[in-house]
Ligand binder design. Sequence first.
Ligand code: CMP
Length: 154
Amino acid sequence: MSERTLVILKPDAVQRAIAAEILSRFERRGLRIVALGLLKVDRAMAERHYAVHKGKFFYDELVKTITASPVIAAVLEGPNAIAVVRAMVGATRPHEAAPGSIRGDYALVGLRNLVHASDALETAASEIALWFPDGIVSYERGIDRWISTDKAPS
Ligand code: CMP
């Protein structure tokens, strides 16, 4: 089933100049970029995005970190996009992330784990609405018939 998911290349990815490299992994996998932007996150936005983590021991550092420097946010679309992207990103705590995953290849600690990715359909819908209130751009790529379908080419 085609899904959309929100990905945030967090300040550590932008500061380390590997944001485009990470984004290109998703693009090469076959996912379609349907929204993209670089922005500085303010405290109100960070608190809305991370509301579910309020009260946890890492919450304050989490909010301070994502507001410290610009992020690149994207919406990616494709079959099973949510699970595919989560698997590519790897475990939340980078020391548990498998080699070959983004965190397993590039990250060491939880608050420098480079990428946020939606974890479920409902979360993806609310995160996409929060980060891209003006909506996404729907379009087709000719190549999708060689990537995103099991149907025999005609
Ligand atoms: P993210 O996907 O942005 O969503 C919540 C973030 O909280 C997560 O990535 C990590 O950066 C951070 N996080 C979650 N669990 C822990 C933890 N146990 N220790 C430190 N940071 C965490």
